[in-house]
Design a protein around this ligand. Sequence first.
Ligand code: CA
Ligand code: CA
Length: 229
Amino acid sequence: MKRISWKHAALSTLCLAVLGAATFVGLAKIGVAKGKKPEIEDTKRLNVYADNWFSLYINGELIAVDSIRFIPHNVISVDVLPEYPMTIAVIAKDNANAKTGMEYRNTQIGDGGFILKLADGTVTGKHWKVKVVAHGPVDRDTQNPKVLTTEIPARWSEIDFDDSSWQPATEYSEDAVRPKRPFYDHDFQGAKFIWSNDLDLDNTVLFRVKVDFPPDGSTPKNFPILQSE
Ligand SMILES: [Ca+2]
Ligand SMILES: [Ca+2]
């Protein structure tokens, strides 16, 4: 049997130690690259005001729901971790009886309105798409009120949903929507009120927009650690 000298043994041990250290450093580097976790500073504040109610999805995931169905009018303000491209999809409802299209126990026609700002510069405007799914009372006939409804398309809030047949949203002035006090306590700078082209009679509408990059020009951050595979 060949004898291994202490010099050989020492050299082998040294080689193994160097190899081990190199492997450790390599893994640590991969760990840093793959393991960067988002911090709260990476989130953006989302402010939403709806007359009267909304539910909002980002990239197909439910992100915010208006906590008050009717009145008082309120602002929902939540932290969002943006991921680009970002598809925002919203269902917004004016308060309206399902059978008459009217509010306050069927005594009057109410109006809608929706506005949103995300702190990356994303704002509502006529570049959003809209689809009406409930309308009434038809012809403003409050004596014999009728409503028209359209089925909400399947997968309407998903990223790959085809909204090319939807209409451009209509912008409305603050005077037209008359937002209530909480609106003025939050940042909506640069955002426009939107709805369909009938603020009074279209009572449930769907909105969609795709945001490819942060509109404020900031560099989007990527967090591979959040990916499932
Ligand atoms: Ca209405
Ligand atoms: Ca309303």
